[in-house]
Design a protein around this ligand. Sequence first.
Ligand SMILES: [Zn+2]
Ligand SMILES: [Zn+2]
Length: 88
Amino acid sequence: MGIIRGYICSSCNFEKNYFIGIGFSNQKETKLFECINCNAIKKSKLSNPKCSKCNRKSLNEIMDFTKKLECPRCNRREFNFEIEGSWD
Ligand SMILES: [Zn+2]
Ligand SMILES: [Zn+2]
């Protein structure tokens, strides 16, 4: 059970869906983080994960989904939150 947050880049049309929330029973909740150092987006179950791109523990949980993120493909800050759905 959880939610899907779909992002789409208004610059290059790259789309990505992030499945977050709680998966199967007894699993920790997956959250979405943004690296304040290199702007990478990371999905993690840890409370203080390490960035897979720059290896720093400089990830902030994304709470504000109206904020534009940096697109993983073209690196422009045009990655917009578009859809929300649910999964089980
Ligand atoms: Zn980083
Ligand atoms: Zn893009």
